[in-house]
Write a protein that binds this ligand. Structure first.
Ligand SMILES: [Zn+2]
Length: 110
């Protein structure tokens, strides 16, 4: 499957995940990852639970593909690329819901 435009070709889940952030000196720390879903959510993996939490707790802001003003609590949309049956071969990306470019695109594609 060709993925010429990484944003457009992905399925983005806008289901209310949220990060609580804190700046400590030069570092941006993730204090909490809130998952609005239980085992019925799109993010749910039977073995690992919420995959948004799973990826972000391992890779942190490396999963971030967007930019937004610094806020204490940041809503995000997320997508997974690759084979979710093999998480080592998959990658989760998230976008702040108030990333300017992304939110404009999201609104236009509702
Ligand atoms: Zn979740």
């Amino acid at each position: 499957m060709a993925q010429n435009n990484p944003i457009r070709d992905m399925i983005w889940h806008n289901d209310g995940h949220e990060l609580t952030l804190r700046i400590v000196k030069s570092e941006l720390e993730i204090i909490e990852i809130k998952c609005p879903n239980d085992s019925t959510g799109d993010c749910w993996d039977e073995k690992e639970g919420c995959l948004v939490k799973w990826f972000i707790s391992r890779f942190g802001m490396e999963c971030n593909a967007g930019s937004c003003p610094a806020t204490e609590s940041m809503g995000l949309c997320w997508t997974i690329v690759g084979d979710i049956r093999n998480l080592d071969a998959a990658q989760l990306w998230f976008m702040p819901t108030n990333d300017e470019t992304f939110s404009a695109w999201l609104t236009a594609n509702k």
